[in-house]
Design a protein around this ligand. Structure first.
Ligand SMILES: Nc1nc2c(c(=O)[nH]1)N[C@H]1C(S)=C(S)[C@@H](COP(=O)(O)O)O[C@H]1N2
Ligand SMILES: [Mo]
Length: 229
C-alpha cells in the first residue's frame, strides 16, 4: 500500500507512542517522526488482527486532515454549494439556504480508515437525500462526485448510498457550526462510511452516470468505503 499523503495538522505527540511501538515490535521509530509515526501506527493497528488496537491509545481524538497545505476560509457571505450534472433542477445554495432546509441530527462514532476513531460525535445538517430529491436526478444518474473548495479533493458515492438516511450535508458538529479545520462551513458526513468519504469544505455535488473514483480511491482506497468491509 502506498504511503497515504494525508497531512495531520495535529502537532501534539501522544504520550507513550514509543512504548506502544515497542510493544508492537515496530523498529521504525528512528526513521519516522511526528504525525508520520502516528499515521503509520494507526495503519498498523487498523490492519492488526491480534486485537492489540484495544490496548493502544489512539481513540477519542480527531486528526485534522487536508491533502492540500492550507485551505481558504469561507463564511456565510462567500460560501456556496452547487448541485449539478444529471439533474432536472440544478441549484446553488448559500449557507442561509441550507440552514433553512429541514435539519436532521445524528450521533455516531467517526472512523478513519487508518485506524483512529472518535466515539459519539453529534452532527446536524440537511439529508443529502433531501437535496437530491429537490434536484431530481435524471434516469441516467447513478452516482455522485463531490468536490471541495480546497480545489483538489474529490469523493464518490453511488446514488443509492447517497440516499441513506444517515448521509448528511453537515452544518454543525458537537452543536456548533462545523469549524474551518473540520471542513466547515459545510462538509459531508456519511455515517456508514470511513472518514475519507466525508468530503470537507464541500463545494459541489455532481450527479454522474458512473461511480468515478475520488482522490483516495485513485490512491488505492476502496470505492465504497463502508465501515467494517
Ligand atoms: N477536502 C478534504 N476532505 C477530507 C479529507 C481531506 O484531506 N480533504 N480527508 C478525509 C479523511 S481521510 C478523513 S478521516 C476526514 C477527517 O476529518 P477531520 O479532518 O474533520 O478529522 O476527512 C475526510 N475529508
Ligand atoms: Mo481518513
Amino acid at each position: 500500500m502506498s504511503e497515504p499523503q494525508e497531512r495531520s495538522e495535529l502537532d501534539g505527540t501522544p504520550v507513550g507512542r514509543r512504548v506502544v511501538l515497542g510493544l508492537l515490535g515496530l523498529g521504525v521509530v528512528g526513521v519516522v517522526t511526528g504525525s508520520a509515526v502516528q499515521d503509520a501506527l494507526s495503519r498498523l493497528v487498523a490492519h492488526d488482527p491480534t486485537g492489540l488496537s484495544q490496548l493502544v491509545p489512539l481513540g477519542s481524538a480527531f486528526r485534522y486532515y487536508s491533502v492540500t497545505g492550507s485551505v481558504e476560509s469561507r463564511d456565510a457571505s462567500s460560501y456556496s454549494l452547487s448541485v449539478s450534472g444529471l439533474v432536472a433542477r440544478p441549484a446553488t445554495y448559500t449557507l442561509a439556504d441550507l440552514q433553512q432546509l429541514p435539519q436532521v441530527s445524528i450521533t455516531r462514532d467517526f472512523h478513519c480508515v487508518t485506524g483512529w476513531y472518535v466515539d459519539d460525535v453529534p452532527w446536524t445538517g440537511v439529508r443529502l437525500s433531501h437535496l437530491l430529491d429537490l434536484a431530481a436526478p435524471t434516469s441516467d444518474a447513478v452516482a455522485i462526485r463531490f468536490r471541495s473548495f480546497d480545489g483538489v479533493y474529490t469523493e464518490n458515492m453511488t446514488l443509492e448510498q447517497a440516499r441513506a438516511d444517515d448521509v448528511l450535508v453537515a452544518l454543525t458538529m458537537y452543536g456548533e457550526p462545523v469549524t474551518h479545520q473540520h471542513g466547515g462551513p459545510v462538509r459531508i458526513y456519511a455515517a456508514p462510511m470511513y472518514g475519507y468519504k466525508s468530503t470537507k469544505w464541500l463545494s459541489g455535488i455532481e450527479l454522474t452516470d458512473r461511480d468515478i473514483p475520488g482522490y483516495w480511491e485513485d490512491r488505492g482506497y476502496p470505492l465504497d468505503g463502508i465501515i467494517g468491509e
